[in-house]
Write a protein that binds this ligand. Structure first.
Ligand code: CIR
Length: 256
């Protein structure tokens, strides 16, 4: 069984952090509707959806993925690289506590959940503007006793590692080769995004089900041609805030 922690779109979303995108007007009503569709899509993939308390004064609070790393054994609260996002963490901690024992990344380390890609017992962590070497080191130290290996991965021209690569099956990743070295994932099957769809590598995997933004049909076709079934959801307004699909939930696996 999967639980997805989500948080409603903040009315201050227009003041979100932006790193690689130019600011453009966001239609808040549409963003809220798209977020509702996103939750419904997660439900149809088999997730129980749990809503975190709203954070109306925190523009990026909908992007809950960045606040924690949830593993089967434990969860790690992050210290987001953008100072404006650090107040998002306490309410996530309060909710996560009912599912997992909690560890935490401490200052001066920074780490965004969007930089952490778990594949089997390895956590690949983007060496991005948001996740610093201390963050990667602390994560390695915290998770050593749980048998996880933590490997830093260089990224370029993108916000997070999971902007550049996500997992679509146990042995397969979807990858934007312009933003991350493919050699790091050479032991896996790799599917490249369509060259005309730069932001298409971010996909949510719930068990064996996949969910991606609706505006990347060519990359979706590549996945279908490779034998995958992929649902879509329109998240165009959230994409203007530099979000995509993994960033809007924290997925928790449980036995019941
Ligand atoms: C930010 O820059 O922090 C937000 N505007 C977007 C965060 C997206 N997070 C993610 O993809 N994990």
């Amino acid at each position: 069984m999967w639980t997805a922690l989500v948080r409603e779109v903040s009315p201050t979303l227009a003041k979100c952090e932006l790193s690689y995108l130019a600011r453009e007007p966001i239609d808040l009503e549409r963003a809220v509707a798209q977020h509702a569709d996103y939750q419904q899509a997660l439900q149809s993939l088999g997730c129980r959806v749990f809503e975190l308390p709203p954070e109306p004064t925190l523009p990026d609070a909908v992007f809950v993925e960045d606040t924690a790393i949830v593993l089967d054994e434990i969860a790690v609260l992050t210290r987001p690289g953008a100072p404006s996002r650090r107040d998002e963490v306490p309410s996530v901690a309060a909710a996560l506590r009912t599912y997992r024992a909690l560890l935490a990344i401490e200052a001066p380390a920074t780490l965004d959940g969007g930089d952490v890609l778990r594949i089997a017992r390895t956590l690949y962590v983007g060496q991005s503007a948001r996740s610093n070497p201390d963050g990667i080191l602390q994560l390695r130290q915290l998770l050593r006793e749980y048998g996880y290996e933590v490997i830093g991965v260089r990224t370029r021209d993108c916000l997070h590692l999971k902007s550049a690569v996500t997992q679509v099956a146990d042995d397969c990743v979807l990858l934007q080769p312009g933003w991350v070295e493919r050699t790091q994932f050479a032991h896996l099957r790799m599917i490249d995004v369509d060259p005309t769809e730069a932001h298409a590598a971010n996909i949510v995997r719930v068990g064996d089900a996949l969910l991606m933004p609706a505006n990347f049909p060519r990359t979706r076709q590549r996945l279908i041609d490779a034998g995958f079934a992929v649902s879509t959801v329109d998240v165009s307004e959230l994409q203007k805030a530099e979000g995509a699909v993994t960033c809007c939930s924290l997925l928790i696996r449980s036995d019941n």
